[in-house]
Structure formats: structure tokens, C-alpha cells
Design a protein. Sequence first.
Length: 665
Amino acid sequence: MWGDLSVAALDRLYFGREDAERDVTDGLLREGFLPTAAFRAALSGRKMLIIGRKGSGKSAICMRLMEGGAHTGGGRAGAGHTGGGRAGGSQAGGALLITPDDAAGDEIRRFELQGLAGDTAKSLIWRYVFAVHAARHLTAHAKDAHGRKEPDSVKALRRFLKQNDEEAVLPGGRLGDRLTQSARGLQTSLSLEAFGVRAAMDLVPAGSEGARAARQLELVEHGVARAFADLGCADAHAPLLLLVDQLEQVWSAEADSNSMVIGLLLAAKHAAGAYGRALRCLLFLRSDIYDSLLFGEGDKFRGDEVRIAWTEPALRELARTRAQASVGDALGGADLDDTRLWQELFPPTVAGEPTPTYLFTRSLPRPRDAIQFLNLCRDTAADQCHDRIEEADVLQATWQFSEWKLKDLVQEYLIAHPFLERLYPLFQNTGYTVTRGVLGNRLEEAAPTLRRLFPAYAESLDLTGVVDTLFAVGFLGVRRGHDVVYGGGGELPVQPHESEFHVHPCFREALGATSPIDLRRYEPGVVASRIGSGNVGYAHFPSRSFGDREYALLDDVTRSCRSVLRQAGRAVDLGHDVRDEITEQVSRVLADATDAQDRLRHNEYVDVVEHVLTVASYFTTLSAQLQATGLDGALGTDGVGHRIDDEARRLRRLAGGASGSSSGA
């Protein structure tokens, strides 16, 4: 144990900021960054599309690439796009960040060219953005990185930028303002004298607006490519990185927004051919945006994709890395290993589960959620003036975190699924396991209101549409074999034959859905059935004949409980959590019957007939609740609910049968 060090370590313990932009400046992104397969694929150049849901670490990868590949020649180019600082290694190609603001997004969405389809037209303006960024970079980069006489091709780029008012903007300038001017140039005429062309109209004199714009752009791209070649950039150093991030800030679920993203993909693919190894585009896209795109050339990008996926071990290592970076010298030079983090700063277990498993199964599998949950546990412990995080702190934080995530999910998908919050009541204050049939019944009652409030989404508000949506956003999981698979990460969609769904553990506390099925808890009735205010002894009647029947009836209760437990154990299709819930309640009945027998042996009065009838009544209720969930018969089991009902009827019959009878049907 650390002793007094644990107090200092807890004071310093911090897992960083939730957003990469702040985490890189005042958080732990530099020291606490965990290189992932997606990061390595982006760094190596094997992949161009970094895809992940919100909070999965796309921007963290982007920020790390900016830090590692930036060059002083880039500088800060304004609020719309940013150049980085000096590269980590010598002769770096540089990195430029392009983050469209509202004005830029609006300009690209509205951009059209006569004679070209919308996707193609929007790809041209993206290509022009890339070419101008590369040209600005080269005019500063040539002297700084190559240190020789400036080639004519670079001088031509400088003249082109000046003639078209595309020189680097001052801080505070906006990409949208520039794009408005650039769009006009493509739609009418750019100044191309720097490349030996007097007027753009001379390029395609009788061509369409789209053809003329494409020819102008080809000339600009050729000028940029020639400058790269004259400087020998492809062989001298790493490529220039153009990083496009935060596109979701300007996206909406409209056709022109999708066309804007498709145009970006086409432009990035084109740039790879136009500039060769001298320049690379990396696009950081939210998975729900990328997966919503439908276009003819979509299959050509499969090899460029890498999806960010986080596992519990990876999140666990991320937590340890960030904790180590934060506590620093509070450990006296020692490393913060798993044992110290999860045994000494955190409690070893929470609610009977290893603490990391408890935490990371109750958050969506992404760094942002993990960081928020871990920081909340730490803050809760600090508020309670604890010198380490205790189990009670984690349990208290769980409810608050669940509330956050339920609200955050609505905001994350507000554009694509504005009706999401209205679906939550279908799952409130009930079991977190629900069948297709039961969900259909609940939805049938809510459907008229939903369709009235969201008429544009009426086709998505039937049972299939609701299940598909809730699975896609990660709210629901589907039972597949002995496992529950949660959506939100590119998993196989819900199939028509799949009928059992589970609310994600992240949302259960806030919904009041903490049990697998909504079963009434069995409350032992022995104490309530005793006469008077205390025990009544019968030591002077040790051989009373009525005791034989009482023992026999309690044996029948025991036999019924064990029969139900065996039936539940064989019903593997129910799923372990449902079986555990049934087992827990029936085991309470069994323990109560055993306690009643012990009290009889000690000559305490027990109203056995009343006890048996109480058990029978509870079994009837339990059977009805289980069958109402649709889980029992729907999964082709041997009928646990029916077995419980049979035992309830048998116990009622025995309680009213002849003295000493212990037989049962």
C-alpha cells in the first residue's frame, strides 16, 4: 500500500479533458495518448478515412498528427483552418488542419456548376481548397525546408495566390469568407496568368460552366504538383498532411450535406493521384455520417477505411496511462501499474464485479465516456473527503453518469434522429430485457403521438425502424447465441429473426431499468406469520402429530423451488442475467422455507398453511410476469413460466389436502 502517498495521488489523479482540442493544451493528450491501430494506420499512410462515432478519439488522432507532422511554414491560417507548430522530426512535410465553419459548410452545400452532378461539383471546390492550402504551404516551405533557390514553379504559385487574393489570411479570418470568393472564381474565371494562361475562357471556349471550372482546376493542381516535384518533396521528407476534421459541425441530414461529404471523399481520392507521395489527405468522419452516404463509387473507398474500435483492455490501458501521467511524482518515482490503480486508488470490486469491468461495461466503448466516468468517480470521492475512491463513490457516480449519457445520446443524434428522446419511456421503470413482441405492443400505444410530432420520420417509427435506430446508436443490444451484441460500432444490423433486446448498461440506472426482467421481489413471510409479539415455544409438546404435515408441506415448497431452479438451469435460451434473476427470487423462497423448518424444529410457531399459500400466490405472480415479458415461450425453452405456474397450483392443492399428504402432481 502507498500509505500517505494515496492521498497525494488522489489529489492529483485526473484523466484529462473530454475533447481533444482542450486536452492537447491543458489536458493529457501529449503524455496520456494511447497509440491505437487506427492511429498507426493513419500515421503509416495505409488508410485515408478515420471513422468512428462521437467521442471515439478521431480528433485525438488528428491532434497528435498535427503535433508530430506540423511545420513552421504552415502557421495559423485562421479560424477555418489551422497550420501547426514545428515538426517533431527534421525535414517534416508539415500538417494543415481544415475544420469547416458554418459559413464554409453553407458555401460548399450551395455550390453548383452547370453541367456537373452535385457530388462532382462539390468535389471540385474541395479540390480547390486542397490545392490552395498546398500552394500556401509550398511558398513558405520551399525556403525553410529545402534552403535553395526558389524554383520558378514555386514563384508561379506565389503569383497565383496573390492574383486571386488567396494568400494566407490573418488570425481571425474565416474559411467561409475565402470559399465564397473561391466559389465565384471556379464558377466564373480564376486569374491564371501565373501559369501562362491569359484568360480562363481560352481554356474551354465553348464548354459548360462545369467543364471550364474543371479545366481551370486541373491547371492549378498541375502547378502545385510541379512545385512539389521541383522541390523533390516526395523523396526528401514525409508528405504534407491535409487533415479534415469536425465535419459534423456543418452537416445535416439533408441531400446537399451528404453531397458535400461525398464531394470531400472524391476530392481526397483525386488528390492522392494528383500529388503522389508529396501530399496525403486524412479525413476524420463520424460513423453515422459516413454510413448514411449512398453513392456509386462508395465501394472504391473500402480499402481506405479504418474504424476506431475500443475494447475493455484498451480502455483499461488508456485509463492507466492517463492516471500515470497525472499523478507523476506523487508516486515517488514508481510506476502506476494495474494493481495500484485498481486495488489501491479504486476499490478492487464494485457490486461484485472487478472495478474496470464494472466501469467500462457501463459506459459506451469510447475514450470520452471512459474519461468522464473515471473523473466523476474521482470527483465524487473528493467531495466526500475520502483519501481513495470507495465503492460507494463509484455507485453514486454511476447514476449521475447514466443521466449524462442518456441526455448526451439525444444530442449526439439530434439531427439524424430527433425523435430519440421520445422513445425512452418505452424502457423506463421496467426490465432492461425486452422482446420484439412486447416492444411492439408498447410502441403501438406510443406510435400515434410519435407520428404526429415527427411526421417526416413516420416511416422510421414502426417496430423495425425503431429497433434498427436504437441498435445503430448503441442504446439497444441484441441477443446472439449466448452473448448480447450492442450496436454503434459497425456490427451486423438486427436480423428479422432476432427477438430479444437489452438496454445498454450505460443507460439502465437513469431509466430505472436495473433488473433483467420486471419481477416482483419475494419478501420472506415467516416473521409476519408468527403469533403475537414474540416466539411461542412448544417444548412441552415435542411429539404433536400436526408437526408431520407442517414438515411435509414445507418439504413440498422446497421440492417445488428445486424443480423450478432445475428448469431455469436448463433454459439456456433465457440468457444468464434473466436466469440469474429468476434463480435469485426462487432461492429466496427456498431459503425462507428452510428457515421455517428450522423454526419448527426449535418449537417456534409457524402458520405453515398460510406460508405455503403465500408461496403459491407469489409463484402465480412470478409466472404471469415472466410470461408477460415474452421471453419464456418466444425463445423455445421448456417453459419456465409454465413450470412455476404448475408448481403454484400444486402447492395450493397440497395446502388444502389431507393431513400428512406430501404427494403432488
